[in-house]
Design a binder for this molecule. Sequence first.
Ligand SMILES: N[C@@H](CCC(=O)N[C@@H](CS)C(=O)NCC(=O)O)C(=O)O
Length: 359
Amino acid sequence: MARRHPRRIPRGNFAMDAPRDVCDSKPPATPGQEPPGHTCMTDIVLHQYADSPFSEKIRLLLGYKHATWKRVEIPVIMPRPDLMPLTGGYRRTPVMQLGADIYCDSALIARVIDHILPENSIYPAGNEATVNAAARWTDSEFFRICISVAFQPRALAQSPLFSDPQAADAFMRDRRELTGGTSLTMPLATALPAFHGHLARLDRQLGSSAFLFNSTPTEADFSTYHCCWFVWRNPALETEFAPYPHLLKWMDVMREFGHGDATELSSADAVELARRVSPRVADGKSLAPMDGLRPGEDVQVMATDYGRQPVAGVLMQSTLEHISLLREHPRVGTVAVHFPRQGFQVERTTADAGSQHGD
Ligand SMILES: N[C@@H](CCC(=O)N[C@@H](CS)C(=O)NCC(=O)O)C(=O)O
Protein backbone atom coordinates (compact mmCIF):
# COMPACT_ATOMS: atom_id res chain seq x y z
CA MET A 1 0.00 0.00 0.00
CA ALA A 2 1.34 3.44 -0.85
CA ARG A 3 2.70 5.43 2.07
CA ARG A 4 0.38 8.22 3.09
CA HIS A 5 2.34 9.66 5.97
CA PRO A 6 4.60 12.67 5.71
CA ARG A 7 8.22 11.56 5.98
CA ARG A 8 9.83 14.65 7.41
CA ILE A 9 8.71 16.14 10.65
CA PRO A 10 9.16 19.87 10.46
CA ARG A 11 10.26 21.73 13.56
CA GLY A 12 8.40 24.52 15.27
CA ASN A 13 6.37 25.37 18.30
CA PHE A 14 4.43 22.92 20.36
CA ALA A 15 0.94 22.83 18.95
CA MET A 16 -0.64 23.98 22.20
CA ASP A 17 1.79 26.91 22.40
CA ALA A 18 0.62 28.43 19.13
CA PRO A 19 -0.08 32.17 19.14
CA ARG A 20 -3.60 32.87 20.33
CA ASP A 21 -4.59 35.46 17.75
CA VAL A 22 -2.87 34.38 14.56
CA CYS A 23 -4.95 34.36 11.43
CA ASP A 24 -3.45 33.15 8.18
CA SER A 25 -6.13 34.80 6.08
CA LYS A 26 -5.97 38.44 5.06
CA PRO A 27 -7.16 40.55 7.99
CA PRO A 28 -10.50 42.30 7.40
CA ALA A 29 -10.30 46.02 6.61
CA THR A 30 -12.34 46.77 9.72
CA PRO A 31 -11.74 44.42 12.62
CA GLY A 32 -14.87 42.43 13.39
CA GLN A 33 -16.15 42.95 9.82
CA GLU A 34 -15.05 39.58 8.43
CA PRO A 35 -16.75 38.62 5.20
CA PRO A 36 -19.40 35.92 5.57
CA GLY A 37 -17.80 32.51 5.80
CA HIS A 38 -14.44 34.02 6.74
CA THR A 39 -12.68 31.33 8.69
CA CYS A 40 -9.44 31.94 10.46
CA MET A 41 -6.83 29.26 10.96
CA THR A 42 -7.16 29.61 14.71
CA ASP A 43 -10.96 29.60 14.73
CA ILE A 44 -12.24 26.95 17.07
CA VAL A 45 -14.23 24.44 15.05
CA LEU A 46 -16.18 21.83 17.01
CA HIS A 47 -17.40 18.73 15.22
CA GLN A 48 -20.35 17.65 17.35
CA TYR A 49 -24.03 16.79 17.41
CA ALA A 50 -26.75 18.32 19.54
CA ASP A 51 -27.59 15.23 21.64
CA SER A 52 -24.00 14.29 22.45
CA PRO A 53 -23.19 14.64 26.16
CA PHE A 54 -19.42 15.05 25.69
CA SER A 55 -20.18 17.73 23.09
CA GLU A 56 -22.33 19.48 25.69
CA LYS A 57 -19.34 19.45 28.07
CA ILE A 58 -17.30 21.35 25.47
CA ARG A 59 -20.12 23.63 24.26
CA LEU A 60 -20.70 24.72 27.85
CA LEU A 61 -16.98 25.29 28.41
CA LEU A 62 -16.94 27.46 25.27
CA GLY A 63 -19.84 29.39 26.79
CA TYR A 64 -18.00 29.77 30.10
CA LYS A 65 -14.98 31.09 28.20
CA HIS A 66 -17.12 33.50 26.10
CA ALA A 67 -15.67 31.89 23.01
CA THR A 68 -16.56 32.60 19.42
CA TRP A 69 -16.54 29.32 17.57
CA LYS A 70 -17.80 27.36 14.58
CA ARG A 71 -20.16 24.42 14.96
CA VAL A 72 -20.09 21.52 12.51
CA GLU A 73 -23.15 19.32 12.99
CA ILE A 74 -22.03 15.75 12.33
CA PRO A 75 -24.29 12.72 11.86
CA VAL A 76 -25.22 10.87 15.08
CA ILE A 77 -23.97 7.62 13.56
CA MET A 78 -21.31 6.66 11.06
CA PRO A 79 -20.51 7.23 8.24
CA ARG A 80 -18.99 10.69 8.65
CA PRO A 81 -17.23 11.08 5.33
CA ASP A 82 -15.97 14.63 5.91
CA LEU A 83 -14.70 14.00 9.44
CA MET A 84 -12.72 10.79 8.88
CA PRO A 85 -10.16 12.42 6.53
CA LEU A 86 -9.45 14.85 9.39
CA THR A 87 -9.20 12.34 12.26
CA GLY A 88 -7.79 9.39 10.34
CA GLY A 89 -10.46 7.09 11.70
CA TYR A 90 -11.06 8.32 15.27
CA ARG A 91 -14.86 8.23 15.48
CA ARG A 92 -15.85 9.45 18.92
CA THR A 93 -17.58 12.75 19.45
CA PRO A 94 -16.61 15.59 19.86
CA VAL A 95 -13.54 16.50 17.82
CA MET A 96 -12.02 19.99 17.79
CA GLN A 97 -10.25 21.47 14.80
CA LEU A 98 -7.90 24.46 14.75
CA GLY A 99 -6.91 24.78 11.10
CA ALA A 100 -5.05 21.57 10.28
CA ASP A 101 -4.74 20.55 13.95
CA ILE A 102 -7.28 17.99 15.08
CA TYR A 103 -7.86 17.37 18.79
CA CYS A 104 -9.52 14.15 19.93
CA ASP A 105 -11.26 13.50 23.26
CA SER A 106 -12.96 16.08 25.46
CA ALA A 107 -10.17 15.85 28.07
CA LEU A 108 -7.59 17.20 25.60
CA ILE A 109 -10.07 19.55 23.93
CA ALA A 110 -10.86 21.14 27.31
CA ARG A 111 -7.15 21.61 28.05
CA VAL A 112 -6.49 23.22 24.67
CA ILE A 113 -9.46 25.58 25.06
CA ASP A 114 -8.25 26.52 28.52
CA HIS A 115 -4.81 27.21 27.03
CA ILE A 116 -6.17 29.38 24.21
CA LEU A 117 -8.57 31.22 26.54
CA PRO A 118 -6.71 31.14 29.86
CA GLU A 119 -8.86 33.57 31.83
CA ASN A 120 -10.73 31.75 34.61
CA SER A 121 -8.78 28.54 34.18
CA ILE A 122 -10.70 25.34 34.85
CA TYR A 123 -7.47 23.77 36.15
CA PRO A 124 -6.85 25.76 39.33
CA ALA A 125 -3.38 25.52 40.84
CA GLY A 126 -3.41 23.44 43.98
CA ASN A 127 -6.10 21.02 42.80
CA GLU A 128 -4.58 19.73 39.54
CA ALA A 129 -4.46 16.08 40.49
CA THR A 130 -7.83 15.85 42.20
CA VAL A 131 -9.63 17.81 39.46
CA ASN A 132 -8.14 15.51 36.83
CA ALA A 133 -8.99 12.37 38.79
CA ALA A 134 -12.55 13.56 39.42
CA ALA A 135 -13.07 14.48 35.75
CA ARG A 136 -11.65 11.17 34.48
CA TRP A 137 -13.83 9.09 36.87
CA THR A 138 -16.87 11.16 35.95
CA ASP A 139 -16.25 10.89 32.19
CA SER A 140 -15.89 7.11 32.44
CA GLU A 141 -17.69 5.39 35.35
CA PHE A 142 -20.31 8.06 36.10
CA PHE A 143 -20.95 8.51 32.36
CA ARG A 144 -21.71 4.78 32.02
CA ILE A 145 -24.03 4.96 35.02
CA CYS A 146 -25.85 7.94 33.49
CA ILE A 147 -26.30 6.44 30.03
CA SER A 148 -27.63 3.27 31.67
CA VAL A 149 -30.23 5.38 33.48
CA ALA A 150 -30.95 7.47 30.36
CA PHE A 151 -31.47 4.41 28.15
CA GLN A 152 -34.03 2.73 30.40
CA PRO A 153 -37.26 1.71 28.61
CA ARG A 154 -39.53 4.44 30.05
CA ALA A 155 -37.04 7.11 28.93
CA LEU A 156 -36.57 5.65 25.47
CA ALA A 157 -40.34 5.73 24.99
CA GLN A 158 -40.01 9.56 24.96
CA SER A 159 -37.10 9.63 22.53
CA PRO A 160 -37.80 10.54 18.87
CA LEU A 161 -34.85 8.38 17.80
CA PHE A 162 -36.16 5.27 19.51
CA SER A 163 -39.73 5.73 18.36
CA ASP A 164 -38.54 5.02 14.80
CA PRO A 165 -37.64 1.29 14.80
CA GLN A 166 -35.35 1.61 11.77
CA ALA A 167 -33.43 4.56 13.20
CA ALA A 168 -33.21 2.81 16.58
CA ASP A 169 -31.87 -0.31 14.95
CA ALA A 170 -29.25 1.63 12.96
CA PHE A 171 -28.20 3.45 16.14
CA MET A 172 -27.82 0.23 18.13
CA ARG A 173 -25.82 -1.38 15.31
CA ASP A 174 -23.55 1.66 15.10
CA ARG A 175 -22.92 1.70 18.85
CA ARG A 176 -22.15 -2.04 18.86
CA GLU A 177 -19.47 -1.26 16.30
CA LEU A 178 -18.22 1.55 18.54
CA THR A 179 -17.82 -0.78 21.50
CA GLY A 180 -16.65 -3.86 19.63
CA GLY A 181 -19.79 -5.75 20.59
CA THR A 182 -19.56 -5.14 24.35
CA SER A 183 -22.06 -2.91 26.09
CA LEU A 184 -21.25 0.44 27.67
CA THR A 185 -24.42 0.25 29.73
CA MET A 186 -25.12 -1.79 32.87
CA PRO A 187 -28.38 -3.20 34.20
CA LEU A 188 -30.71 -0.48 35.51
CA ALA A 189 -30.78 -2.17 38.93
CA THR A 190 -27.01 -1.67 39.11
CA ALA A 191 -26.97 1.83 37.66
CA LEU A 192 -29.88 3.46 39.49
CA PRO A 193 -28.60 3.11 43.09
CA ALA A 194 -25.12 4.20 41.99
CA PHE A 195 -26.65 7.18 40.17
CA HIS A 196 -28.66 8.31 43.20
CA GLY A 197 -25.74 7.65 45.53
CA HIS A 198 -23.56 10.06 43.57
CA LEU A 199 -26.34 12.63 43.09
CA ALA A 200 -26.93 12.64 46.85
CA ARG A 201 -23.21 13.22 47.50
CA LEU A 202 -23.10 15.99 44.90
CA ASP A 203 -26.15 17.62 46.46
CA ARG A 204 -24.61 17.61 49.96
CA GLN A 205 -21.35 19.01 48.66
CA LEU A 206 -23.00 21.71 46.53
CA GLY A 207 -25.02 22.79 49.57
CA SER A 208 -21.90 24.46 50.95
CA SER A 209 -19.82 25.15 47.84
CA ALA A 210 -20.76 27.00 44.64
CA PHE A 211 -18.86 24.50 42.47
CA LEU A 212 -17.25 21.13 43.09
CA PHE A 213 -13.88 22.66 43.93
CA ASN A 214 -14.94 25.82 45.74
CA SER A 215 -15.90 29.08 44.10
CA THR A 216 -14.99 28.61 40.42
CA PRO A 217 -15.82 25.76 38.04
CA THR A 218 -13.18 23.22 37.08
CA GLU A 219 -13.17 20.50 34.44
CA ALA A 220 -14.85 18.26 37.03
CA ASP A 221 -17.92 20.54 37.01
CA PHE A 222 -18.20 20.37 33.21
CA SER A 223 -17.80 16.57 33.27
CA THR A 224 -20.42 16.19 35.99
CA TYR A 225 -22.78 18.57 34.23
CA HIS A 226 -22.83 16.78 30.88
CA CYS A 227 -23.53 13.42 32.55
CA CYS A 228 -26.41 14.88 34.62
CA TRP A 229 -27.69 16.85 31.60
CA PHE A 230 -28.05 13.70 29.53
CA VAL A 231 -30.47 12.23 32.10
CA TRP A 232 -32.18 15.45 33.19
CA ARG A 233 -33.12 16.56 29.65
CA ASN A 234 -35.41 13.60 29.17
CA PRO A 235 -38.84 14.73 30.47
CA ALA A 236 -39.50 11.20 31.76
CA LEU A 237 -36.42 11.41 34.01
CA GLU A 238 -36.38 15.00 35.20
CA THR A 239 -38.09 13.96 38.45
CA GLU A 240 -35.06 11.83 39.38
CA PHE A 241 -33.43 15.15 40.32
CA ALA A 242 -36.26 16.41 42.53
CA PRO A 243 -34.64 15.31 45.83
CA TYR A 244 -31.49 17.33 45.06
CA PRO A 245 -32.18 21.10 45.24
CA HIS A 246 -28.53 22.14 45.58
CA LEU A 247 -27.58 20.04 42.58
CA LEU A 248 -30.44 21.53 40.57
CA LYS A 249 -29.37 25.06 41.51
CA TRP A 250 -25.80 24.29 40.44
CA MET A 251 -27.13 22.89 37.14
CA ASP A 252 -29.02 26.16 36.59
CA VAL A 253 -25.83 28.14 37.17
CA MET A 254 -23.84 25.90 34.83
CA ARG A 255 -26.54 26.03 32.12
CA GLU A 256 -26.44 29.84 32.31
CA PHE A 257 -22.89 29.79 30.91
CA GLY A 258 -24.53 29.05 27.57
CA HIS A 259 -22.66 27.95 24.49
CA GLY A 260 -20.79 31.13 23.56
CA ASP A 261 -21.03 32.73 20.15
CA ALA A 262 -21.42 29.84 17.72
CA THR A 263 -22.02 29.93 13.99
CA GLU A 264 -22.60 27.01 11.65
CA LEU A 265 -19.84 25.67 9.43
CA SER A 266 -20.43 22.94 6.88
CA SER A 267 -18.32 19.80 7.15
CA ALA A 268 -17.07 20.45 3.59
CA ASP A 269 -15.85 23.92 4.63
CA ALA A 270 -14.09 22.39 7.63
CA VAL A 271 -12.23 20.06 5.27
CA GLU A 272 -11.34 23.02 3.07
CA LEU A 273 -10.07 24.94 6.11
CA ALA A 274 -7.69 22.10 7.00
CA ARG A 275 -6.56 21.78 3.38
CA ARG A 276 -5.64 25.48 3.17
CA VAL A 277 -3.25 25.55 6.13
CA SER A 278 -0.46 23.53 7.66
CA PRO A 279 -0.57 22.01 11.11
CA ARG A 280 1.30 23.77 13.86
CA VAL A 281 4.13 21.37 14.27
CA ALA A 282 5.75 20.43 17.51
CA ASP A 283 9.29 19.77 18.56
CA GLY A 284 9.75 16.06 18.44
CA LYS A 285 10.49 15.38 22.07
CA SER A 286 10.89 11.73 22.91
CA LEU A 287 9.59 9.73 25.82
CA ALA A 288 11.46 6.70 24.49
CA PRO A 289 12.61 5.50 27.93
CA MET A 290 8.92 5.12 28.83
CA ASP A 291 7.06 4.20 25.66
CA GLY A 292 9.96 3.09 23.47
CA LEU A 293 8.93 5.41 20.62
CA ARG A 294 10.79 8.21 18.87
CA PRO A 295 9.45 11.04 16.71
CA GLY A 296 9.45 10.05 13.06
CA GLU A 297 8.37 6.46 13.70
CA ASP A 298 5.25 5.02 12.11
CA VAL A 299 2.75 4.45 14.90
CA GLN A 300 -0.90 3.96 15.56
CA VAL A 301 -2.92 5.41 18.41
CA MET A 302 -6.16 4.06 19.80
CA ALA A 303 -8.40 4.53 22.81
CA THR A 304 -7.99 1.99 25.57
CA ASP A 305 -11.72 1.68 26.32
CA TYR A 306 -14.12 1.97 23.36
CA GLY A 307 -14.08 3.52 19.92
CA ARG A 308 -10.78 1.68 19.41
CA GLN A 309 -10.49 2.31 15.68
CA PRO A 310 -6.73 2.98 15.33
CA VAL A 311 -5.33 6.16 13.81
CA ALA A 312 -2.08 5.65 11.91
CA GLY A 313 0.57 8.31 11.28
CA VAL A 314 4.08 9.47 12.01
CA LEU A 315 4.79 10.26 15.64
CA MET A 316 5.40 13.98 15.91
CA GLN A 317 5.53 14.41 19.66
CA SER A 318 4.64 12.45 22.74
CA THR A 319 4.65 13.94 26.20
CA LEU A 320 3.24 12.88 29.54
CA GLU A 321 0.04 14.73 28.59
CA HIS A 322 -0.50 14.06 24.89
CA ILE A 323 0.46 12.13 21.76
CA SER A 324 0.59 13.91 18.39
CA LEU A 325 0.73 12.32 14.94
CA LEU A 326 1.18 13.74 11.49
CA ARG A 327 -0.78 12.11 8.73
CA GLU A 328 -1.81 12.84 5.20
CA HIS A 329 -5.01 12.46 3.27
CA PRO A 330 -5.64 13.50 -0.32
CA ARG A 331 -8.58 15.71 0.71
CA VAL A 332 -6.87 17.58 3.55
CA GLY A 333 -3.12 17.29 2.92
CA THR A 334 -1.03 17.03 6.09
CA VAL A 335 -2.87 17.26 9.39
CA ALA A 336 -1.73 16.79 12.97
CA VAL A 337 -3.98 14.61 15.11
CA HIS A 338 -3.62 15.02 18.87
CA PHE A 339 -4.75 12.64 21.63
CA PRO A 340 -4.52 12.84 25.39
CA ARG A 341 -2.07 10.39 26.94
CA GLN A 342 -4.58 9.14 29.53
CA GLY A 343 -7.00 6.68 27.98
CA PHE A 344 -4.98 6.14 24.79
CA GLN A 345 -2.26 3.74 23.74
CA VAL A 346 0.37 4.22 21.07
CA GLU A 347 2.34 1.49 19.34
CA ARG A 348 4.87 1.19 16.53
CA THR A 349 3.65 -0.08 13.17
CA THR A 350 5.69 -1.01 10.15
CA ALA A 351 5.52 1.61 7.39
CA ASP A 352 2.68 -0.01 5.51
CA ALA A 353 1.04 -2.18 8.14
CA GLY A 354 -0.86 0.58 9.96
CA SER A 355 -4.55 0.78 9.48
CA GLN A 356 -5.47 3.44 6.94
CA HIS A 357 -8.90 4.49 8.11
CA GLY A 358 -10.38 7.67 6.88
CA ASP A 359 -9.92 6.98 3.19
N1 LIG B 1 -13.56 9.98 26.35
C1 LIG B 1 -14.26 10.54 25.21
C2 LIG B 1 -15.67 9.96 25.15
C3 LIG B 1 -16.47 10.50 24.00
C4 LIG B 1 -17.76 9.73 23.76
O1 LIG B 1 -17.99 8.65 24.29
N2 LIG B 1 -18.61 10.35 22.97
C5 LIG B 1 -19.82 9.69 22.52
C6 LIG B 1 -20.88 10.73 22.19
S1 LIG B 1 -21.22 11.77 23.58
C7 LIG B 1 -19.52 8.96 21.25
O2 LIG B 1 -18.42 9.08 20.73
N3 LIG B 1 -20.51 8.25 20.72
C8 LIG B 1 -20.32 7.58 19.47
C9 LIG B 1 -20.21 8.51 18.30
O3 LIG B 1 -20.54 9.69 18.40
O4 LIG B 1 -19.82 8.02 17.25
C10 LIG B 1 -14.27 12.05 25.35
O5 LIG B 1 -14.12 12.55 26.47
O6 LIG B 1 -14.38 12.75 24.33
